[in-house]
Design a protein around this ligand. Structure first.
Ligand code: NAP
Ligand code: ZN
Ligand code: ZN
Length: 359
Protein backbone atom coordinates (compact mmCIF):
# COMPACT_ATOMS: atom_id res chain seq x y z
CA UNK A 1 0.00 0.00 0.00
CA UNK A 2 1.47 3.37 -0.92
CA UNK A 3 0.55 6.40 1.13
CA UNK A 4 1.21 9.90 -0.10
CA UNK A 5 2.29 12.17 2.67
CA UNK A 6 3.09 15.86 2.52
CA UNK A 7 6.67 17.04 2.75
CA UNK A 8 5.92 17.98 6.35
CA UNK A 9 5.90 14.26 7.07
CA UNK A 10 3.08 13.76 9.58
CA UNK A 11 4.83 11.65 12.20
CA UNK A 12 2.68 9.31 14.28
CA UNK A 13 3.54 10.89 17.63
CA UNK A 14 0.91 13.57 18.19
CA UNK A 15 0.84 16.28 20.83
CA UNK A 16 -2.50 16.98 22.50
CA UNK A 17 -4.29 18.05 25.67
CA UNK A 18 -6.08 15.31 27.53
CA UNK A 19 -8.14 14.67 30.64
CA UNK A 20 -6.51 11.78 32.52
CA UNK A 21 -9.50 11.27 34.82
CA UNK A 22 -12.91 12.84 35.46
CA UNK A 23 -12.64 16.24 37.10
CA UNK A 24 -8.90 16.45 36.57
CA UNK A 25 -7.75 19.48 34.59
CA UNK A 26 -6.66 18.88 31.01
CA UNK A 27 -2.90 18.64 30.56
CA UNK A 28 -0.36 17.93 27.77
CA UNK A 29 -0.45 14.34 26.46
CA UNK A 30 1.31 12.66 23.53
CA UNK A 31 -0.12 9.65 21.70
CA UNK A 32 0.33 7.92 18.33
CA UNK A 33 -2.07 8.50 15.43
CA UNK A 34 -2.60 5.47 13.19
CA UNK A 35 -0.83 5.13 9.85
CA UNK A 36 -3.20 6.46 7.20
CA UNK A 37 -5.31 3.79 5.49
CA UNK A 38 -6.02 4.04 1.72
CA UNK A 39 -9.18 6.15 2.24
CA UNK A 40 -7.71 8.30 5.03
CA UNK A 41 -6.61 11.88 4.98
CA UNK A 42 -4.19 13.41 7.46
CA UNK A 43 -5.37 16.79 8.72
CA UNK A 44 -3.09 19.36 10.29
CA UNK A 45 -5.52 20.70 12.91
CA UNK A 46 -5.44 24.49 12.81
CA UNK A 47 -8.48 25.29 14.96
CA UNK A 48 -10.73 23.33 17.29
CA UNK A 49 -13.94 24.64 18.86
CA UNK A 50 -14.76 23.98 22.50
CA UNK A 51 -18.20 22.40 22.92
CA UNK A 52 -20.06 22.01 26.20
CA UNK A 53 -20.15 18.28 25.39
CA UNK A 54 -16.36 18.33 25.88
CA UNK A 55 -16.94 19.40 29.48
CA UNK A 56 -19.76 16.89 30.06
CA UNK A 57 -17.52 14.06 28.84
CA UNK A 58 -14.17 15.15 30.28
CA UNK A 59 -15.93 15.35 33.65
CA UNK A 60 -17.84 12.10 33.05
CA UNK A 61 -21.20 13.78 33.59
CA UNK A 62 -22.92 11.41 31.14
CA UNK A 63 -21.18 8.29 32.51
CA UNK A 64 -18.96 5.80 30.66
CA UNK A 65 -16.15 8.22 29.80
CA UNK A 66 -12.90 6.68 28.56
CA UNK A 67 -9.61 8.08 29.86
CA UNK A 68 -7.21 9.45 28.88
CA UNK A 69 -9.57 11.59 26.79
CA UNK A 70 -8.52 14.06 24.11
CA UNK A 71 -11.70 16.07 23.52
CA UNK A 72 -12.58 18.20 20.50
CA UNK A 73 -15.10 17.62 17.70
CA UNK A 74 -15.21 20.99 15.97
CA UNK A 75 -12.10 20.48 13.89
CA UNK A 76 -10.82 22.59 10.99
CA UNK A 77 -7.46 22.32 9.30
CA UNK A 78 -5.49 21.58 6.19
CA UNK A 79 -4.83 18.25 4.50
CA UNK A 80 -1.17 17.27 4.77
CA UNK A 81 -1.42 13.68 3.57
CA UNK A 82 -3.76 11.45 1.58
CA UNK A 83 -4.12 7.69 1.23
CA UNK A 84 -3.84 6.33 -2.32
CA UNK A 85 -7.62 5.82 -2.74
CA UNK A 86 -8.60 9.32 -1.62
CA UNK A 87 -10.59 11.24 -4.26
CA UNK A 88 -12.31 14.11 -2.42
CA UNK A 89 -9.20 15.85 -1.06
CA UNK A 90 -5.68 16.68 -2.07
CA UNK A 91 -2.76 17.93 -0.02
CA UNK A 92 -3.25 21.62 0.73
CA UNK A 93 -7.08 21.54 0.80
CA UNK A 94 -9.02 22.73 3.81
CA UNK A 95 -10.89 19.96 5.62
CA UNK A 96 -13.11 19.70 8.66
CA UNK A 97 -14.37 16.96 10.95
CA UNK A 98 -17.30 16.99 13.36
CA UNK A 99 -18.62 14.65 16.03
CA UNK A 100 -18.12 11.27 14.36
CA UNK A 101 -15.40 9.65 12.27
CA UNK A 102 -17.10 6.43 11.17
CA UNK A 103 -20.36 4.46 11.29
CA UNK A 104 -21.45 1.00 10.14
CA UNK A 105 -22.24 2.21 6.56
CA UNK A 106 -24.77 -0.61 6.10
CA UNK A 107 -27.82 0.11 8.29
CA UNK A 108 -30.92 1.99 7.20
CA UNK A 109 -29.87 5.25 8.86
CA UNK A 110 -26.40 5.16 7.28
CA UNK A 111 -28.07 4.39 3.93
CA UNK A 112 -30.20 7.51 4.30
CA UNK A 113 -27.20 9.70 5.12
CA UNK A 114 -28.20 9.88 8.78
CA UNK A 115 -24.97 8.40 10.10
CA UNK A 116 -25.47 10.16 13.44
CA UNK A 117 -28.38 7.80 14.06
CA UNK A 118 -26.45 4.69 12.91
CA UNK A 119 -28.29 1.67 14.27
CA UNK A 120 -24.99 0.03 15.15
CA UNK A 121 -23.62 3.19 16.74
CA UNK A 122 -21.56 5.90 15.11
CA UNK A 123 -17.86 6.07 16.02
CA UNK A 124 -17.54 9.33 17.88
CA UNK A 125 -14.52 11.53 17.21
CA UNK A 126 -13.29 11.13 20.77
CA UNK A 127 -14.32 9.13 23.83
CA UNK A 128 -15.13 6.22 21.48
CA UNK A 129 -13.61 3.03 20.09
CA UNK A 130 -12.88 2.73 16.36
CA UNK A 131 -13.37 -0.38 14.24
CA UNK A 132 -9.80 -1.54 14.96
CA UNK A 133 -10.59 -1.48 18.68
CA UNK A 134 -8.45 1.59 19.40
CA UNK A 135 -9.68 4.58 21.39
CA UNK A 136 -10.56 7.68 19.38
CA UNK A 137 -8.82 10.94 20.23
CA UNK A 138 -10.27 14.28 19.17
CA UNK A 139 -9.27 17.67 17.92
CA UNK A 140 -7.37 19.15 20.86
CA UNK A 141 -4.40 17.62 19.02
CA UNK A 142 -1.89 18.47 16.34
CA UNK A 143 -3.35 16.27 13.65
CA UNK A 144 -6.11 13.85 12.82
CA UNK A 145 -6.17 10.75 10.61
CA UNK A 146 -9.68 10.22 9.30
CA UNK A 147 -11.58 8.55 6.47
CA UNK A 148 -12.35 11.07 3.76
CA UNK A 149 -15.98 9.90 3.76
CA UNK A 150 -16.37 11.38 7.26
CA UNK A 151 -14.54 14.62 6.43
CA UNK A 152 -16.08 17.81 5.15
CA UNK A 153 -14.99 20.32 2.55
CA UNK A 154 -14.63 23.92 3.73
CA UNK A 155 -14.72 27.08 1.65
CA UNK A 156 -11.59 29.24 1.57
CA UNK A 157 -14.00 32.23 1.72
CA UNK A 158 -14.87 31.79 5.40
CA UNK A 159 -12.73 32.64 8.40
CA UNK A 160 -11.42 29.19 9.32
CA UNK A 161 -11.28 29.70 13.10
CA UNK A 162 -14.90 30.87 13.14
CA UNK A 163 -15.90 27.99 10.85
CA UNK A 164 -14.72 25.26 13.25
CA UNK A 165 -17.78 25.55 15.57
CA UNK A 166 -20.11 24.94 12.63
CA UNK A 167 -19.02 21.28 12.78
CA UNK A 168 -20.99 20.69 15.98
CA UNK A 169 -22.76 23.82 17.23
CA UNK A 170 -23.73 24.80 13.69
CA UNK A 171 -25.07 21.50 12.39
CA UNK A 172 -26.82 20.69 15.68
CA UNK A 173 -29.09 23.71 15.19
CA UNK A 174 -29.22 23.68 11.38
CA UNK A 175 -30.56 20.12 11.27
CA UNK A 176 -33.67 20.51 13.49
CA UNK A 177 -34.44 23.95 12.06
CA UNK A 178 -34.48 22.39 8.58
CA UNK A 179 -36.26 19.20 9.68
CA UNK A 180 -39.09 21.08 11.39
CA UNK A 181 -39.15 23.66 8.58
CA UNK A 182 -38.22 26.92 10.26
CA UNK A 183 -38.96 29.58 7.68
CA UNK A 184 -41.20 32.50 6.71
CA UNK A 185 -44.46 32.61 8.66
CA UNK A 186 -43.10 30.40 11.47
CA UNK A 187 -42.50 31.57 15.03
CA UNK A 188 -39.32 29.90 16.23
CA UNK A 189 -37.76 30.04 19.69
CA UNK A 190 -34.15 29.34 20.62
CA UNK A 191 -33.39 28.67 24.28
CA UNK A 192 -29.93 29.60 25.61
CA UNK A 193 -27.46 31.91 23.89
CA UNK A 194 -24.38 29.71 24.07
CA UNK A 195 -22.34 28.06 21.34
CA UNK A 196 -25.30 26.10 19.96
CA UNK A 197 -27.96 28.72 20.67
CA UNK A 198 -26.21 31.58 18.91
CA UNK A 199 -25.95 29.47 15.75
CA UNK A 200 -29.66 28.69 16.14
CA UNK A 201 -30.49 32.39 16.19
CA UNK A 202 -28.35 32.99 13.09
CA UNK A 203 -29.82 30.08 11.12
CA UNK A 204 -33.46 30.64 12.11
CA UNK A 205 -33.06 34.28 11.05
CA UNK A 206 -31.36 33.29 7.78
CA UNK A 207 -34.23 30.88 7.04
CA UNK A 208 -36.71 33.76 7.39
CA UNK A 209 -38.52 32.74 10.59
CA UNK A 210 -39.70 35.12 13.31
CA UNK A 211 -37.04 34.41 15.92
CA UNK A 212 -37.45 34.71 19.69
CA UNK A 213 -34.41 34.14 21.89
CA UNK A 214 -34.87 32.97 25.48
CA UNK A 215 -31.95 33.73 27.75
CA UNK A 216 -31.24 33.78 31.46
CA UNK A 217 -28.58 36.48 30.89
CA UNK A 218 -29.86 40.08 30.69
CA UNK A 219 -26.43 41.08 29.36
CA UNK A 220 -27.03 39.08 26.16
CA UNK A 221 -30.19 40.91 25.00
CA UNK A 222 -28.45 43.29 22.60
CA UNK A 223 -26.24 40.54 21.17
CA UNK A 224 -29.31 38.36 20.66
CA UNK A 225 -30.84 41.07 18.47
CA UNK A 226 -27.60 41.71 16.62
CA UNK A 227 -27.32 37.99 15.85
CA UNK A 228 -30.82 37.92 14.34
CA UNK A 229 -33.47 37.61 17.08
CA UNK A 230 -36.65 39.62 16.47
CA UNK A 231 -37.46 39.44 20.19
CA UNK A 232 -35.50 38.50 23.28
CA UNK A 233 -37.22 37.18 26.42
CA UNK A 234 -35.53 36.89 29.79
CA UNK A 235 -36.71 33.42 30.73
CA UNK A 236 -36.74 34.14 34.47
CA UNK A 237 -39.45 36.80 33.88
CA UNK A 238 -42.72 34.84 34.27
CA UNK A 239 -44.89 37.66 32.88
CA UNK A 240 -42.75 37.99 29.75
CA UNK A 241 -42.93 34.21 29.27
CA UNK A 242 -46.73 34.14 29.76
CA UNK A 243 -47.21 36.61 26.90
CA UNK A 244 -45.95 33.92 24.49
CA UNK A 245 -48.17 31.07 25.76
CA UNK A 246 -49.34 28.57 23.09
CA UNK A 247 -47.83 30.59 20.23
CA UNK A 248 -44.71 28.84 18.90
CA UNK A 249 -44.47 26.51 15.92
CA UNK A 250 -41.04 25.37 17.05
CA UNK A 251 -38.67 25.90 19.96
CA UNK A 252 -35.16 24.45 20.03
CA UNK A 253 -33.75 24.12 23.54
CA UNK A 254 -29.95 24.27 23.67
CA UNK A 255 -29.40 24.59 27.40
CA UNK A 256 -26.58 22.62 29.03
CA UNK A 257 -27.94 22.51 32.61
CA UNK A 258 -31.04 21.42 34.48
CA UNK A 259 -34.06 23.67 33.83
CA UNK A 260 -37.84 23.52 33.53
CA UNK A 261 -38.95 22.12 30.19
CA UNK A 262 -42.62 22.68 31.05
CA UNK A 263 -42.04 26.43 30.87
CA UNK A 264 -41.21 26.02 27.15
CA UNK A 265 -43.81 23.35 26.39
CA UNK A 266 -46.38 25.88 27.63
CA UNK A 267 -45.27 28.24 24.85
CA UNK A 268 -45.74 25.70 22.03
CA UNK A 269 -48.97 25.96 20.07
CA UNK A 270 -51.22 23.02 19.13
CA UNK A 271 -49.22 20.53 17.04
CA UNK A 272 -46.06 22.58 17.46
CA UNK A 273 -42.78 21.01 18.56
CA UNK A 274 -40.25 21.53 21.32
CA UNK A 275 -36.92 20.02 20.26
CA UNK A 276 -34.30 19.24 22.84
CA UNK A 277 -30.70 19.43 21.68
CA UNK A 278 -29.11 20.28 25.04
CA UNK A 279 -28.03 17.24 27.06
CA UNK A 280 -27.95 18.20 30.74
CA UNK A 281 -26.49 15.75 33.22
CA UNK A 282 -29.76 14.90 35.02
CA UNK A 283 -33.11 13.57 33.70
CA UNK A 284 -35.77 16.13 32.87
CA UNK A 285 -39.25 16.23 34.32
CA UNK A 286 -42.26 16.83 32.08
CA UNK A 287 -45.77 17.36 33.37
CA UNK A 288 -48.18 15.23 31.29
CA UNK A 289 -50.56 18.15 30.71
CA UNK A 290 -47.68 20.13 29.18
CA UNK A 291 -47.95 17.92 26.10
CA UNK A 292 -51.36 16.22 26.35
CA UNK A 293 -53.65 19.23 26.47
CA UNK A 294 -52.82 20.67 23.06
CA UNK A 295 -51.34 17.72 21.21
CA UNK A 296 -47.83 19.10 21.52
CA UNK A 297 -44.73 17.31 20.32
CA UNK A 298 -41.60 16.86 22.41
CA UNK A 299 -38.64 15.73 20.30
CA UNK A 300 -34.88 15.44 20.28
CA UNK A 301 -32.22 15.92 17.64
CA UNK A 302 -28.57 14.88 17.39
CA UNK A 303 -26.01 16.78 15.28
CA UNK A 304 -26.48 15.96 11.54
CA UNK A 305 -25.30 13.51 8.90
CA UNK A 306 -22.34 14.07 6.59
CA UNK A 307 -24.46 15.20 3.63
CA UNK A 308 -26.44 17.67 5.70
CA UNK A 309 -23.29 18.96 7.39
CA UNK A 310 -21.79 19.62 3.95
CA UNK A 311 -25.04 21.32 2.91
CA UNK A 312 -24.81 23.52 6.02
CA UNK A 313 -21.17 24.44 5.35
CA UNK A 314 -22.02 25.33 1.75
CA UNK A 315 -25.01 27.40 2.95
CA UNK A 316 -22.72 29.22 5.39
CA UNK A 317 -20.17 29.93 2.66
CA UNK A 318 -22.92 31.34 0.44
CA UNK A 319 -24.46 33.50 3.19
CA UNK A 320 -21.23 34.40 5.00
CA UNK A 321 -22.36 32.76 8.25
CA UNK A 322 -19.77 31.75 10.85
CA UNK A 323 -19.65 31.51 14.61
CA UNK A 324 -18.85 34.44 16.94
CA UNK A 325 -15.71 33.24 18.64
CA UNK A 326 -13.08 33.96 21.26
CA UNK A 327 -9.74 32.51 20.17
CA UNK A 328 -7.65 31.00 22.97
CA UNK A 329 -4.28 29.27 23.30
CA UNK A 330 -4.60 25.65 24.41
CA UNK A 331 -3.12 26.29 27.84
CA UNK A 332 -6.23 28.37 28.63
CA UNK A 333 -8.56 25.40 28.09
CA UNK A 334 -9.30 24.73 31.76
CA UNK A 335 -10.09 28.40 32.33
CA UNK A 336 -12.34 28.33 29.24
CA UNK A 337 -14.31 25.39 30.70
CA UNK A 338 -14.89 27.34 33.93
CA UNK A 339 -16.03 30.39 31.99
CA UNK A 340 -18.43 28.31 29.86
CA UNK A 341 -19.99 26.96 33.04
CA UNK A 342 -20.74 30.58 33.97
CA UNK A 343 -22.21 31.26 30.48
CA UNK A 344 -19.30 33.67 30.02
CA UNK A 345 -18.31 33.23 26.38
CA UNK A 346 -19.31 35.18 23.27
CA UNK A 347 -20.19 32.71 21.94
CA UNK A 348 -17.73 29.90 21.28
CA UNK A 349 -14.17 29.37 22.44
CA UNK A 350 -11.91 28.16 19.65
CA UNK A 351 -8.42 26.85 20.31
CA UNK A 352 -5.68 28.22 18.09
CA UNK A 353 -3.75 24.99 17.61
CA UNK A 354 -0.54 26.84 16.73
CA UNK A 355 -0.26 27.32 20.51
CA UNK A 356 0.06 23.53 20.95
CA UNK A 357 2.52 23.02 18.11
CA UNK A 358 4.75 25.81 19.42
CA UNK A 359 4.61 24.61 23.03
P1 NAP B 1 -22.82 26.56 26.13
O1 NAP B 1 -22.07 27.30 25.08
O2 NAP B 1 -22.25 26.43 27.49
O3 NAP B 1 -24.28 27.24 26.20
C1 NAP B 1 -25.27 26.78 27.07
C2 NAP B 1 -26.23 27.94 27.36
O4 NAP B 1 -27.27 27.44 28.19
C3 NAP B 1 -25.61 29.06 28.16
O5 NAP B 1 -24.94 30.00 27.37
C4 NAP B 1 -26.82 29.68 28.85
O6 NAP B 1 -27.48 30.57 27.96
C5 NAP B 1 -27.73 28.48 29.04
N1 NAP B 1 -27.66 27.98 30.42
C6 NAP B 1 -26.56 27.54 31.07
N2 NAP B 1 -26.88 27.16 32.34
C7 NAP B 1 -28.21 27.35 32.45
C8 NAP B 1 -29.15 27.12 33.49
N3 NAP B 1 -28.77 26.62 34.70
N4 NAP B 1 -30.45 27.43 33.29
C9 NAP B 1 -30.85 27.92 32.10
N5 NAP B 1 -30.00 28.18 31.08
C10 NAP B 1 -28.70 27.88 31.25
O7 NAP B 1 -23.13 25.06 25.65
P2 NAP B 1 -23.23 24.48 24.15
O8 NAP B 1 -21.89 24.05 23.71
O9 NAP B 1 -24.02 25.39 23.34
O10 NAP B 1 -24.03 23.12 24.44
C11 NAP B 1 -25.36 23.16 24.96
C12 NAP B 1 -25.82 21.76 25.27
O11 NAP B 1 -26.04 21.05 24.03
C13 NAP B 1 -24.84 20.92 26.07
O12 NAP B 1 -25.57 20.12 26.99
C14 NAP B 1 -24.20 20.03 25.01
O13 NAP B 1 -23.71 18.83 25.53
C15 NAP B 1 -25.37 19.79 24.10
N6 NAP B 1 -25.03 19.38 22.72
C16 NAP B 1 -25.92 18.58 22.08
C17 NAP B 1 -25.71 18.24 20.77
C18 NAP B 1 -26.70 17.40 20.04
O14 NAP B 1 -26.37 16.84 18.99
N7 NAP B 1 -27.94 17.30 20.49
C19 NAP B 1 -24.56 18.69 20.11
C20 NAP B 1 -23.69 19.51 20.79
C21 NAP B 1 -23.92 19.86 22.10
P3 NAP B 1 -28.07 31.99 28.46
O15 NAP B 1 -26.92 32.68 29.13
O16 NAP B 1 -28.51 32.64 27.21
O17 NAP B 1 -29.21 31.65 29.38
ZN1 ZN C 1 -20.36 19.36 20.37
ZN1 ZN D 1 -25.12 2.46 10.41
Amino acid sequence: MSITLSKSGAPKATKSYAARAAREPLAPFTFDRRDPLPHDIVIDVLFCGVCHSDIHQARDEWGGSLFPMVPGHEIAGRVIGVGDKVTKFKVGDLAAVGCFVDSCRTCGSCGEGLEQYCENGMTVTYNGIDRSGAPTFGGYSERLVVDEAYSLRVSEKLDLAATAPLLCAGITLYSPLRHWKAGPGKKVGIVGLGGLGHMGVKFAHAFGAHVVLFTTSPGKVEDGKRLGADEVVISKDADAMAKHANSFDLIVDAVSAEHDMNAYLNLIKRDGTLVLVGVPEKPLSIHPFSVVAKRKNFAGSCIGGIAETQEMLDFCAEKGIVSDIELIPIDKINEAYERMLKSDVKYRFVIDMASLKNS
